[in-house]
Design a protein around this ligand. Structure first.
Ligand SMILES: Nc1nc2c(c(=O)[nH]1)N[C@H]1C(S)=C(S)[C@@H](COP(=O)(O)O)O[C@H]1N2
Ligand SMILES: [Mo]
Length: 544
């Protein structure tokens, strides 16, 4: 016969049942907060990515099927990680509440839920590229603390609940050894103990979590190290960008994208923090002389500046994941030649601190284009979110095949020998940038007064260059847009068109670009997966 303890709330009926359930759920939640708090404290010793929620989240990012990832980037943009972390927290909270409800009936089952969650986190932490055995410690500790807390709270709960609400029939006579407290009052005193213990567990967990996170942030903070970086001047500064590279139409994005507005796309749930004082770049694989370069040594290389437009393969037609900046860095081809590339190599794989792998066709890196190991972006050290202290930049390729942020390793290898991260997920292994153009002015669905209407936008065919931009209105004849001054094939080209005598009504404007090889942007719409979007961008305006 199993002994089902009477839950502690004395009042009966529906309200009482709801209260009891809420109390049990609170026990689970408090235990989860204690668990995560312990995990954060332990992550202080082992590093940010090992904290249970971050470890589980990172594993989730890697396991997410490509269409869902695409959807997340499309729908939430740069906030996709916040949404994911929010989702994990919510799931954890629901599971924890459930564990609490189970625990007041069967404490061992509640504890097992926490144990399982800890094991899952530990597995996720160990699955990260470059993980050390110690990385599973925060999750294991979290599991243990959660299990212990829920066991303890559930025991207190059952004690409060098993106190009879009324004096037992005196059939067996008074029990010996029990304190002479009226049972009713003992029950409510025990209920207060459960409540106090739950609140205390919650508070202690919150304190540990917030404190642990603050300690970790301080320990792994590289902001000061970044501020201390003094970037040398380039050996031969490039000519300034032509002022006429921007058509000066109000509302058109600037030619050079300020760092603060530069799009960010990566799989990192928390920004990898790489201290330049500990940083070395290893160049190895199919080379005659493997290299190892410190950050100071890199800064002593002759540095070059490169004006270049970086874009993301996930960018939709007309989308925002593109930016132009002046990169500063060491010439990548020179370093590869120093290492001595061996026959049979055709892929250069960059590895990042967070385990990302990005593969670039080696032939392209060495064909004379200005590939860089970049340390500077728009006059300052690389921002933390854009790969501090060092990333690769290879004109002509989307970021996912050329622009490894938080770079720590370069491996010279073969396409036949290694599939990088995105290629394993079905993306095109070359990742050459497709010609793209977009209308920025007028804004979509803008209302503009009749007469002369300025139309303007941006087009890019990185490394090939843009030769022409045309637009058409309401499927009329194609009209030549005026191209702003050419700043070079590695850069986008802004354009404008004065639409004189625009008649009142609703109009659709379409745009298409021609690259310097003479290829016209195809009309056929293709999704970003697997090799970049195609199709003409269009916008609808109302002339009043
Ligand atoms: N370490 C790392 N590097 C990365 C990525 C990443 O997820 N991790 N994403 C790549 C992709 S898909 C793009 S488009 C560019 C974006 O660079 P940005 O965030 O500086 O604009 O970085 C590339 N480098
Ligand atoms: Mo990308």
């Amino acid at each position: 016969m199993t002994h089902e303890p009477t839950p502690p709330a004395a009042p009966s009926g529906r309200r009482a049942r709801v209260l009891r359930a809420a109390g049990a759920a609170a026990i689970g939640l408090a235990s989860a907060v204690a668990a995560l708090g312990a995990g954060e404290l332990a992550a202080y010793a082992t590093g940010v990515p090992t904290a249970p929620v971050v470890a589980v989240g990172s594993a989730a990012v890697d396991l997410t099927p490509t269409p869902l990832k695409e959807y997340a980037v499309r729908t939430f943009g740069t906030h996709d990680k916040a949404v994911l972390l929010g989702g994990i927290h919510l799931t954890t909270a629901l599971l924890a509440a459930l564990a609490g409800l189970l625990a007041v009936r069967r404490p061992a089952v509640g504890a097992a839920v926490f144990g399982a969650f800890g094991a899952l986190g530990a597995r996720a932490a160990l699955s990260r590229p470059g993980a050390a055995a110690a990385d599973c410690a925060p999750s294991l500790l979290a599991g243990l603390v959660g299990a212990a807390a829920v066991l303890l709270l559930a025991r207190l709960w059952r004690r409060a609940g098993s106190t009879p609400a009324a004096p037992r029939p005196a059939a067996d006579g008074p029990e010996r050894g029990l304190p002479e407290v009226p049972p009713q009052r003992a029950g409510s005193a025990n209920r207060r103990t459960v409540l106090a213990a739950t609140v205390a567990t919650f508070a202690a967990g919150t304190l540990a979590g917030v404190g642990g996170r603050a300690l970790t942030d301080r320990r792994y903070d590289v902001t000061a190290a970044r501020d201390a970086v003094r970037l040398p001047a380039p050996a031969a500064p490039p000519p300034p960008l032509p002022a006429a590279a921007h058509p000066n139409v109000p509302g058109l994005s600037p030619f050079t994208t300020p760092n603060a507005d530069f799009y960010r796309v990566d799989t990192a749930l928390t920004i990898p923090r790489v201290d330049p004082r500990d940083w070395t770049l290893r160049i190895h694989g199919l080379v005659d002389r493997p290299q190892s370069i410190t950050f100071d040594e890199l800064l002593r290389e002759p540095l070059e500046e490169l004006d270049h437009t970086l874009s993301c393969v996930s960018n939709e037609v007309g989308g925002p994941y593109v930016g132009t900046t002046r990169w500063l860095g060491a010439a990548l081809p020179a370093l590869l030649r120093r290492a001595g590339v061996r026959a049979g190599a055709d892929q250069l794989v960059g590895r990042s601190k967070d385990g990302m792998t990005i593969g670039t066709p080696l032939e392209s890196v060495l064909d004379g284009r200005r590939a860089l190991l970049a340390v500077g972006m728009d006059g300052e050290a690389l921002p933390l979110a854009h790969g501090f202290p060092c990333r690769t930049v290879v004109p002509g390729f989307y970021g996912y095949t050329s622009a490894t942020k938080w770079l720590v390793e370069l491996e010279v290898t073969a396409f036949a020998a290694f599939d990088p991260y995105w290629v394993r997920r079905g993306w095109d292994r070359t990742g050459a940038v497709r010609t793209a153009s977009r209308i920025e002015v007028p804004a979509p669905f803008a209302r503009v007064p009749a007469g002369d209407v300025d139309v303007a936008g941006t087009a890019w065919a990185t490394h090939r260059g843009v030769a022409a931009v045309e637009l058409r209105i309401d499927e009329g004849p194609w009209l030549q847009a005026e191209l702003a001054a050419d700043a070079g094939p590695d850069l986008w080209r802004q354009w404008s068109y004065r639409w004189s005598g625009a008649p009142p009504g609703t109009h659709r404007i379409e745009v298409r670009a021609t690259d310097a090889t003479g290829a016209v942007q195809p009309e056929r719409r293709a999704a970003p997966f697997p090799a970049g979007a195609t199709g003409w961008h269009s916008t609808v305006v109302t002339v009043t």
